[in-house]
Design a protein around this ligand. Structure first.
Ligand code: DC
Length: 225
């Protein structure tokens, strides 16, 4: 027994993190941000000047990281968000995430975190391959999309770098391409995911739709118990 597992996937700027955080808060369950794991590996790699093409060295680094509702942790201490959100770490995280060895190590880390969350009442897990690979049996799968320009605008506003819109949009295009075209767990909706285009929706509207779907999913689960 345990609570609902909700998978939220989508590209950068689709609203995943804000939606996941708000839905988890409303449901009183864990919010598990898996992008933080790839960012944490990238941060360790940059600090230790590891070769971003060396999958074995990167997967060793990945082995020292855990995921909790507080974020990516090393030795039980969460890494500060501001250290994970720099443009250098974003670019390196996309490269790191293309290594199958890294993904294999982080798969276990993510499933362990989801199971711990489920036992404590449920979890919302967000990323790129949660519905397809990490939690194929999730109770509810959401895939968020939005027009590329709108996604870049949100990122620029979120990071207070509106003046750098063009550069942000360009960097996002590169990451989108890398994330969607890689062989290992590319970004794509699971066949049973509900896709929501958030271009014209504000956060509250998206959160309401997801909460409604979660309510139906919970009711359906109750009937099959
Ligand atoms: O969601 P984010 O921008 O914090 O993710 C950082 C990078 O990690 C991004 O380039 C894609 C990758 N990622 C992934 O490959 N699989 C996940 N489940 C989450 C993130």
């Amino acid at each position: 027994m345990g609570g609902l597992l909700i998978a939220i996937d989508g590209p950068a700027g689709s609203g995943k993190s804000s939606v996941a955080r708000a839905v988890a808060e409303r449901l009183g369950v864990a919010d598990l941000n898996t992008g933080a794991l790839y960012r944490a590996v990238a941060l360790l790699a940059l600090r230790e000047t590891l070769d971003l093409d060396d999958g074995a060295a990167l997967s060793d680094a990945a082995g020292s990281i855990e995921l909790s509702p507080e974020g990516a942790c090393v030795d039980g201490v969460a890494i500060a968000e501001q250290d994970l959100r720099t443009p250098e770490v974003s670019a390196a995280a996309s490269k790191v995430s293309a290594h199958p060895e890294v993904r294999t190590v982080l798969l276990d880390v993510q499933r362990k975190a989801a199971e711990a969350g489920r036992k404590r009442g449920g979890a919302v897990m967000e990323g790129r391959d949660i519905g397809t690979v990490v939690l194929p049996d999730a109770d509810l799968k959401i895939f968020l999309s939005a027009a590329p320009e709108e996604r870049a605008r949100r990122r620029a506003v979120q990071s207070g770098r509106e003046a750098e819109f063009d550069r942000i949009q360009e960097a996002m295009k590169v990451r989108d391409r890398q994330d969607s075209e890689r062989d290992a767990s590319p970004l794509k909706p699971a066949p049973d995911a509900v896709t929501l285009d958030t271009t014209e929706l504000d956060l509250d509207e998206v959160v309401s739709v997801v909460l409604e779907l979660a309510r139906k999913s919970e009711a359906g689960k109750g009937q099959t118990r």
